[in-house]
Design a binder for this molecule. Structure first.
Ligand SMILES: C[S@@+](CC[C@H](N)C(=O)[O-])C[C@H]1O[C@@H](n2cnc3c(N)ncnc32)[C@H](O)[C@@H]1O
Length: 280
């Protein structure tokens, strides 16, 4: 008589996903085991389909023997979508509430975790420049995706999104015109190099790396939404350890710190924009 499989309650897909995630971790040390399961599964299935493979486990030989495959995997497993002054009301509140407080420090350190292709870092640089604080600011913009970091360092974006960028900039309370900050070449906008001077784009993995810097402001928006509870708690405790007492935390508008281990360390400044201050 044939014995029942030990993991009969789990689908074959789930077993294959676990093997694939373990292979990614073992070869590259990228740990996706604590990302939210449903969206991770959706993404791995679409990677499998894109390669016209019948089974998820067939991704494993590609991963093991093709060194270029990892950047495609990272592109699928983590979403790099962003825009200049995304959620402009958040940047408006940052300008109105947080920036005057940051202005009291002789040097301002900002950790922007999960910076994707750099739009958020440049938006912040523009805001700080307009508030005459850019020269004494360091923006540490980090991500796991090397490909995204390379794009971020270039500071070149498709002009197809210009209308959205300009609208966001105005709604965010920009004091000039967005066109003050780029030159157009063909269908691209090239951000002014002076915006890059105080931004340091660096590789950092929130799933396994440590505290990054002593920060006055940590921004991490639309990143923890992909994580499970344990990984979200890990990130929040990294941010709490990084922030100076009284430092500020800005998370995504669909994210929350309620019911996390970090909750008691913060007081909410604005609920809608998800701005918090670390307690003294
Ligand atoms: C949707 S983008 C958010 C971009 C930007 N913060 C915004 O709100 O527009 C999510 C980013 O998080 C990054 N990311 C995912 N997992 C990460 C991890 N473990 N450590 C650091 N960054 C991560 C992805 O590579 C991606 O660039």
């Amino acid at each position: 008589m044939k014995s029942a499989p030990l993991n009969a309650h789990r689908s074959i897909d789930d077993i294959e996903i676990e093997l694939f995630i373990a292979a990614v971790h073992q070869k590259y040390e990228y740990d996706f085991s604590r990302y939210a399961k449903a969206s991770l599964k959706r993404r791995i299935l679409s990677l499998t389909e894109a390669h016209k493979l019948a089974h998820i486990s067939e991704l494993i030989p590609l991963l093991l023997y093709d060194d270029d495959f990892i950047s495609e995997i990272l592109g699928y497993l983590s979403v790099q979508v962003s825009e200049m002054f995304r959620d402009p009301h958040v940047f408006k509140k940052l300008r109105e509430i947080i920036v005057p407080m940051l202005a009291t420090y002789p040097q301002i350190n900002i950790w922007l975790a999960g910076c994707a292709n750099g739009e958020e870092a440049y938006s912040l640089a523009i805001l700080l420049k307009e508030e005459k604080l850019l020269e004494r600011s360091n923006i540490y913009a980090t991500d796991i995706s090397h490909k995204a970091l390379d794009i971020a360092r270039e500071g070149i974006y498709s002009a197809d999104n210009l209308e959205c960028f300009e609208r966001n900039y105005q709604l965010a309370g920009g004091s000039g015109a967005f066109s003050d900050y780029y030159v157009s070449k063909y269908n691209y906008i090239h951000l002014h190099p002076e915006l890059k001077k105080n931004i340091f784009f660096t590789d950092h993995n929130l799933a396994c790396d440590g505290v990054f810097c002593e920060a006055n402001l940590v921004m991490c928006r639309n990143v923890m939404i992909y994580f499970d509870k344990e990984l979200k708690n890990r990130c929040l405790s990294l941010f709490t350890d990084s922030l100076v007492p009284g430092g500020y935390l800005c998370i995504g508008t669909k994210e929350d710190i309620s019911f996390t281990t970090a909750e008691s360390h913060y007081k909410a400044l604005t609920q809608h924009e998800r701005l918090f201050q670390k307690r003294f």
